[in-house]
Design a protein around this ligand. Structure first.
Ligand code: TRP
Ligand code: SF4
Length: 327
């Protein structure tokens, strides 16, 4: 069976954008039965930008693991684990760091962007530059065939392939080159119309209760032209409509479009349809979250089991790596 691997960085709570853009796809891959799936929380990666607040990383890790199970990842069907519990990732990261040219890392677009944008913290750190090396170790140590990620991660995948090639060239054939499995899902807009992101405080979180989630959508920004109920609007200028594109049916979108441009409906009417869809999507997740919170052992067992399995696989790869490198 081909192996699938993906990770989620522990730098915030999961929101519905992460759910529909990534996690739901992971569940689908798992349920297809066609792949040997590995999914993990990248808590070490969160240190690259969050090194000053490790408590936040812990809270985020717990939220994400809970949501993994609540959204349908099943420890009997896939391997669920925590990066920091599988120490071999760190060992391989060290080996790979020895053979990765600085130039490759310096030209990664997310490195430059984040360094400029997150100007509230000092990111002139070794670990931050090495982010893609650690990610490469995460992937290569499982000899993963496919890595389901968004388009923003493609440069990281490209470096992973380059590092694999370089390793194989220097020490002998150990690592297959993984392929990205692109989830070409549009980024969801947040409540203020910018892309949904924990850093903008505009997200609907999986940990929000139904009332909070509904309230966020009710007060979400719309086409600014619709100040009053009688003002006509343009759905292409409205972030609510972008959510309709993801959650609603074609008929509902036609209804919303017609109602919006003629002022036949109000924005609350329009949002109610959306709210119903989000509620339907979230209800089973909320229910499972409550159950998991009441039974913390379920989560602990799932992760322990995944960590044990991942460790076995990693140790096997590392035996090979150490042998090839002469250790
Ligand atoms: N960089 C990924 C992100 O920000 C997280 C990640 C870490 C990852 N290691 C990985 C993704 C390995 C896929 C495979 O979302
Ligand atoms: Fe947006 Fe719907 Fe209001 Fe039009 S009617 S502005 S699409 S929320």
């Amino acid at each position: 069976m081909k192996r699938v691997l993906s990770g989620m960085q522990a730098s915030g709570k999961l929101h519905i954008g992460n759910l529909v853009g990534a996690l739901a796809n992971w569940v689908k891959l798992q349920d297809s039965g066609d792949y040997d799936c590995h999914y993990f929380v990248a808590d070490w990666h969160a240190l690259t930008t969050g090194y000053a607040h490790p408590d936040d990383i812990k809270a985020s890790t717990e939220d994400i693991l809970l949501n993994f199970l609540a959204a349908g990842l099943d420890p009997d069907k896939c391997t669920i684990f925590l990066q920091s519990k599988v120490l071999q990732h760190a060992e391989l990261h060290l080996m790979l760091s020895m053979i990765t040219p600085l130039g490759w890392l310096e030209r990664v677009p997310s490195y430059k962007e984040k360094k400029e944008n997150l100007d509230d913290r000092d990111l002139s750190m070794y670990g931050f530059l090495g982010y893609p090396v650690l990610q490469s170790a995460d992937i290569l140590i499982y000899k993963a065939d496919y890595v389901p990620v968004g388009i923003d991660q493609v440069p990281h995948l490209e470096i992973t392939r380059e590092i694999a090639r370089r390793f194989n060239h220097l020490y002998g054939e150990v690592f297959p080159e993984p392929d990205a499995l692109l989830t070409d899902f549009p980024k969801l807009p947040g409540t203020d119309g910018r892309k949904m992101s924990k850093s903008y405080d505009n997200a609907v979180y999986l940990s929000d209760d139904p009332n909070a989630a509904e309230q966020k959508i009710r007060t979400m920004m719309t086409d600014p032209a619709r100040q009053r109920r009688t003002d006509k609007g343009d759905p292409t200028k409205c972030p609510v409509f972008d959510l309709h594109k993801v959650f609603s049916t074609e008929q509902e979108r036609a209804w919303a479009t017609e109602g919006c441009i003629t002022a036949g409906i109000g924005c609350i009417d329009c949002k109610k349809v959306l709210i119903a869809h989000v509620m339907e999507l979230m209800e089973p997740i909320w229910e499972k979250r409550e159950n998991l919170k009441k039974n913390p052992d379920l989560l602990k067992h799932a992760v322990d089991k995944g960590v044990a399995k991942a460790t076995e696989t990693c140790e096997e790869t590392m035996l090979d790596v150490r042998k090839h490198m002469g250790f």
